[in-house]
Design a binder for this molecule. Structure first.
Ligand code: SF4
Ligand code: FES
Length: 258
């Protein structure tokens, strides 16, 4: 190590395709800057792989690299998005590791998120849950004036906090039940808090919860790993709210009002 650089040993999951067998492959990353993000570390490792021409570069998902899009995400030493709380993999910097560390880098592990290649998993099951929620009823025509619909501050804050979910899937990867409830709860809690979310409130709740169950995500048993790894700090309280929404929707449907 010299100055702001460290030496790392990586064991990265390599899997050529969805049906191929995977294995951990060892790579040495020497003299990497502690100012680099984790994805930049993978870029450096990939440059070495490309220069040697021995194999294909490591495939991994990314887009914004600013903690916004939800595309990135790997398990680092058993923790989804790595050791830094409330941080996406792309915003995780190497200063959080020590010189000489050995890191095991794996894709999300969950039945509904099958591995496509190396560190990339298919998260389209989340898209199916969102689709099941459908659209909200909104008048068409010219754009409404800002603040034309009054929203209590507490509701606006709750909606905004839950809207912070970026759909990364770390919650599913961390949960021993592969539950998607933190994700679904964030989406439902966001709209349920707002006036615009009221017309389809029950229908949306029932459809999204039924879809997550149908796609093979597990139930919540209050372990809390999901919230612990969530880069946007979506709280477990959102799951409790979703359960209340589900009860409300089920009762209203039973009375023919859902
Ligand atoms: S709830 Fe958190 S961990 Fe789960 S998808 Fe949303 S941002 Fe990612
Ligand atoms: S690449 Fe967009 S959140 Fe990480």
């Amino acid at each position: 190590m010299s100055g702001d650089t460290i030496n790392l040993t990586l064991h990265v999951w390599r899997q050529p395709g969805p049906k191929a067998a995977g294995r951990l492959v060892r790579y040495q990353a020497g003299g990497v800057s502690t100012h680099m993000s984790f994805l930049e570390l993978l870029d450096v490792v990939n440059e070495g792989i490309t220069a040697r021409g021995e194999e294909e570069p490591i495939a991994f998902d990314h887009d914004c690299r600013e903690g916004i899009c939800g595309m990135c995400g790997v398990v680092i030493n058993g923790v989804a998005h790595g050791p830094q709380a409330a941080t996406t993999t792309c915003q995780l910097h190497l200063r959080h590791f020590r010189d000489g560390d050995t890191l095991f880098v794996e894709p999300w592990r969950a039945g509904p998120f099958p591995v496509l290649k190396d560190l990339i998993v298919d998260r389209s099951a989340f898209d199916r849950i969102i689709e099941a929620g459908g659209y909200i009823t909104a008048p068409t025509g010219g754009a409404a004036d800002a603040n034309a619909i009054a929203v209590p501050k507490e509701s606006a804050d709750r909606a905004f906090d839950n809207a912070a979910c970026i759909g990364c899937g770390a919650c599913v990867a961390a949960c021993p039940n592969a539950s998607a409830m933190l994700f679904t709860a964030a989406k439902l809690s966001h709209l349920a808090a707002l006036p615009q979310g009221q017309p389809e409130r029950e229908k949306r709740t029932l459809a999204m919860v039924a879809t997550q169950d149908r796609l093979g995500f597990g139930a919540c048993t209050n372990i809390g790993e999901c919230a612990a790894v969530c880069p946007k700090s979506i709280p477990m309280e959102s799951i409790a709210r979703m359960n209340r929404e589900l009860l409300r929707a089920s009762l209203r449907r039973g009375r023919g009002r859902g």
